[in-house]
Design a protein around this ligand. Structure first.
Ligand SMILES: [Zn+2]
Length: 310
């Protein structure tokens, strides 16, 4: 895993480029492991004449302005240093995009990344702040002595790597899930009974049926409705339902055919473990079944107040 940090200058002139001034990176064997190598390149600006205020105040400005290295040379050296490793971590979302933007400006192929982990988002979520935590705050929080100057790309990459042991692999994967699923990971609720319903004449009929779609909030028991099912493999269907008070939950429905040809459904509301949430997410990306509402007109009217499926 490569922890990457950049310093750049947002130009005031007409050329739309956040010009990279420094590439700093450290290599980790894995999340929370020690730093095994470091990379640092100061890059002489060639595009913008003027520096914006943050760039003007960079602690290493002298070394940047007097550097012999161009972006082309620094990027080539950086890729060589990365080797086969294509899993990146950054503090905040911009750095990989800005590196790609600079590659594009100079006619280089964009940085290939298998994964880009945003440690800032994962860490901020972990410590329960709604905002994006500044790197120095995280360093403070972790009790890491801040002996290096900030806003030096190598030092910032180092600090980001030092914060990494506070994150688990799971936090990084959670970060990749949509918000409704991520939030669910923080909710714990008592084990829910598995329900078996059916017989139905077909799979569609089963998924559309009120008995199967009707769920109860695992915290308050309020009646909630599944309005769409997500599906990836033959057996399981996943449905979200929303309690006005407690938010989103997901159930898993196993739809199977009996020997006599009729269909039955077993629904469960499993605890929101990472693996369950990833199953739901994978299914949501694969296939969606919108429920056709069944039942009498009167009942249908009552359902109108239900929350949207997203
Ligand atoms: Zn509830």
């Amino acid at each position: 895993m490569i922890v990457l940090d950049l310093e750049w200058n947002r130009g005031y002139d007409k050329k739309p480029l956040d010009e990279v001034l420094q590439i700093g990176a450290v290599k980790l064997e894995g999340l929370g492991s020690r730093i095994v190598d470091t990379f640092n390149a100061y890059i002489r600006p060639q595009v913008h004449q003027k520096l914006n205020p943050p760039a003007r105040h960079l602690p290493e400005l002298e070394r940047i302005l007097s550097s012999e290295q161009t972006f082309l040379e620094a990027e080539a050296a950086f890729l060589l240093w990365c080797g086969e490793d294509r899993s990146f971590a950054v503090w905040g979302g911009d750095d990989v995009d800005i590196l790609r933007q600079n590659c594009g400006y100079w006619g280089l192929p964009p940085l290939q990344a298998e994964e880009v982990y945003d440690f800032q988002a994962a860490f901020s979520r972990k410590v329960g702040t709604g905002q994006s935590l500044a790197l120095y705050r995280a360093v403070e929080y972790c009790g890491i002595p801040d002996v290096f100057t900030y806003h030096n790309a190598l030092n910032d990459a180092m600090y980001t790597a030092l914060v990494a042991p506070w994150l688990r692999e799971e936090d990084l994967h959670l970060q990749k899930l949509p918000r409704s699923l991520r939030q669910l990971a923080e909710v714990s609720f008592p084990a829910q009974p598995v329900r078996t319903v059916g017989s139905f004449s077909g799979r569609e009929t089963a998924l559309n049926s009120r008995e199967v779609r009707r769920q109860a909030c695992p915290l308050c028991g309020a009646v909630c409705w599944v309005v769409r099912w997500y599906h990836r493999e033959e057996l399981y269907w996943y449905g979200g339902f929303h309690c006005a008070q407690h938010g989103w939950f997901f159930c898993r429905a196993a739809v199977s055919q009996r020997a006599n040809g009729s269909w039955r459904v077993r629904t469960a509301v499993p605890p929101a473990t990472l693996s369950f949430l990833r199953e739901v997410h994978a299914a949501a990306l694969t296939q969606v079944h919108l429920c056709k509402r069944t039942g009498r007109r009167k009942k249908r009217r009552r359902e109108r107040g239900m929350p949207p499926g997203e």
